[in-house]
Unconditional design. Structure first.
Length: 269
């Protein structure tokens, strides 16, 4: 009605201008209604963000209105916060109070997809390990264990090894490749930082290898497979930047999540 009243007797140019304004307002109204619908749906049930396959997690996030991600949102946020807080290797190796990690997990799964920049890094380190521990399988699929082990153990010059590793990761699904890249670059960056002791590289590989590379979905491995997994992890961390490129922290991501369609249940003000 406002459009008809405004353009009555006006030129075609003015009519076109007002038509565009009306269409923009209609689009905003539709977007707001969709936003409210997603928020109501979220309030009715918890989101299962832990203990599901990476690909399934991305599909769930998409259906709930979370913008497209290369890797699951929890993994993305936790690593980004650990990076910006310049976490030490000792924190990732330390086993803290699991209750605090469970508290933060519960908050995330109730739709409050915001992690405070002041959150304790030891809690975030525990949350990262909890997320990886509850995955149904390793980041690199078990049927690829033999392939990655052979590449890492094969005696060849660095250039050929890097090319072989690039080809291997290109054969993974986009989600698996992106998740491997994010975690391995993050861990290699922590190990290489001046505030981390040199011997902590081995400790990080021992701690995280089982989450990234193992021959089956179960965490238990025999001594031989465990040694193979740790050696492969060391090789990947050594050549991480050559294989994946340099890790770049997008600080805008940390604030982007605050404008998510999801709102806390406890307090919507």
């Amino acid at each position: 009605r406002q459009y008809q009243r405004r353009v009555r007797g006006r030129s075609t140019h003015v009519k076109k201008k007002w038509r565009c304004l009306v269409q923009k307002k209609e689009k905003k109204i539709i977007e707001y209604r969709q936003h409210r619908k997603r928020t109501i749906q979220l309030d009715q049930q918890d989101i299962k963000l832990f203990g599901v396959e990476l690909e399934e997690s991305l599909n769930r996030e998409k259906s709930l209105g979370i913008p497209d991600q290369e890797i699951p949102i929890v993994l993305d946020m936790v690593i980004a916060h650990l990076q910006i807080n310049k976490v030490e290797a000792e924190i990732l190796l330390h086993r803290g109070d699991s209750q605090n990690a469970q508290r933060l997990r519960s908050k995330l799964e109730k739709g409050q997809l915001i992690i405070s920049l002041e959150e304790d890094t030891s809690v975030l380190g525990d949350l990262l390990k909890l997320y990886l521990l509850e995955l149904p399988g390793p980041i690199i699929p078990p049927h690829k264990f033999k392939s990655i082990s052979e590449i890492c153990h094969k005696k060849q010059n660095e250039k050929k090894k890097i090319e072989a590793l690039k080809k291997f990761f290109d054969s993974l699904s986009p989600c698996r490749r992106a998740s491997s890249q994010r975690i391995i670059l993050f861990l290699s960056g922590v190990a290489a930082s001046w505030w981390s002791a040199e011997e902590q590289l081995d400790d990080l590989c021992e701690e995280f290898a089982k989450y990234i590379i193992r021959p089956s979905n179960t965490l238990q491995m025999n001594q031989k497979d465990h040694a193979t997994s740790v050696f492969a992890m060391k090789t990947l961390m050594r050549f991480a930047e050559s294989v994946f490129g340099q890790a770049i922290l997008d600080k805008d991501k940390l604030y982007y999540f605050k404008s998510s369609v999801f709102t806390p249940r406890e307090n919507n003000n």
